[in-house]
Design a protein around this ligand. Structure first.
Ligand SMILES: [Zn+2]
Length: 335
């Protein structure tokens, strides 16, 4: 973390007003010896107030956040803002343009690349820039995700379990303001390598989302995304007069306690789900059957739920490999 980023910014983060431009990530390749990757960035600053960072397309095949921030960056003017709002509408830009979870340039998964490396491949350099340059300018972060191409979620917002009580409370208030139909506190898959992990290292109150998925969007998931971001900005005092529409019902507070909440494919083949998103299941209940196309007369292999809970996430593609996530559960949050 001691080394400095090679990325330069066309915008001045300390200047009042609305600026839009690009982060320039040096990328010397066959077709462009002295070229750079242009990552769009928008900064809106008006005096003192909360410093908010909004990020979308951390994974490039997740679209609610991209659309929400593209609309927001066109709408917001400095007179509407207190403090500073920084927006990255396509954080892992090469992945976003390709519509892929990972970058086609280096196969990098930005949300497994933190704290990053200033001298590494583009994805690692972006992670390093966010953690070493943007998060230190921020008090609050919303990192907008959905299930991507391979997963579908009930629209949710989430946080990692923060050890710092003040951060935990701030994050919980942000989640309540976001008011997605579901909210959960999740133990991580590689939590320290995510943007939320970076935020926690820097001391930034940060929430994430899982807004839908399947590599697309819906009117419902977009409404959850847009309404949630607007309500959090207003709650933080960032946009005090923002129109937020009708107050949604309070979110159902849930948690993902252990890796037992995840069901993985036990074999290669095609899979038959036995439950649907939103179902409540029992421990030991069959979750899915995996059939073998190469040997169709072979008995299917059954995957089971290890704990009871609500199905909040389901795999999308019909083909599976051993180790692919088929479902994950959440349970009501115990105080
Ligand atoms: Zn994601």
């Amino acid at each position: 973390m001691g080394r400095k980023t090679r990325i330069t910014s066309e915008v001045d983060f300390e200047k009042d007003g609305k600026q839009q431009g690009f982060l320039r990530l040096p990328h010397s390749v066959h077709r462009s010896a002295y070229g750079w990757i242009a990552i769009p960035i928008i900064v809106i600053k008006n005096g003192s107030g909360p410093n908010v960072l909004l990020t979308a397309a951390n994974h490039g095949d997740e679209y609610e956040g991209q659309i929400t921030l593209m609309k927001l960056c066109q709408e917001l003017e400095p007179s509407m803002v207190r403090g500073r709002v920084i927006m990255l509408t396509a954080t892992n830009f090469p992945a976003a343009i390709a519509g892929r979870r990972t970058s086609p340039i280096d196969d990098g998964n930005l949300n497994r690349s933190f704290p990053g490396n200033p001298d590494g491949p583009p994805t690692a350099a972006i992670a390093h820039y966010v953690e070493s340059e943007l998060l230190p300018l921020s008090d609050f972060l919303i990192d907008l995700h959905s299930g991507g191409s391979s997963l579908m979620y009930l629209p949710s917002s989430l946080m990692a379990p923060a050890e710092n009580k003040q951060l935990f409370d701030q994050q919980m208030e942000m989640l309540k303001a976001f008011a997605a139909p579901l909210t959960y506190v999740a133990v991580g898959r590689d939590g320290d390598r995510t943007m939320l992990g970076g935020a926690s290292r820097v001391g930034v109150a940060a929430i994430g989302t899982e807004l839908g998925g399947s590599g697309g969007t819906s009117p419902h998931s977009l409404a959850v995304a847009e309404g949630g971001v607007r309500r959090v900005l207003k709650h933080l005092g960032s946009t005090p007069n923002m129109e937020v529409g009708e107050e949604p019902p309070p979110s159902r507070m849930m948690e993902v306690v252990s890796m037992d909440y995840y069901v993985y494919s036990p074999d290669y083949g095609v899979w038959q789900p036995l439950v649907e998103l939103g179902d409540d299941v029992e421990a030991g209940q069959p979750a899915a059957m995996v059939y073998c196309p190469q040997t169709p007369w072979r008995d299917p292999v059954t995957a089971h739920f290890e704990v009871a809970g609500k199905v909040i996430c389901k795999r999308v593609p019909g083909g599976v490999e051993r180790g692919d996530c088929l479902f994950h559960l959440a349970t009501d949050r115990q105080k």
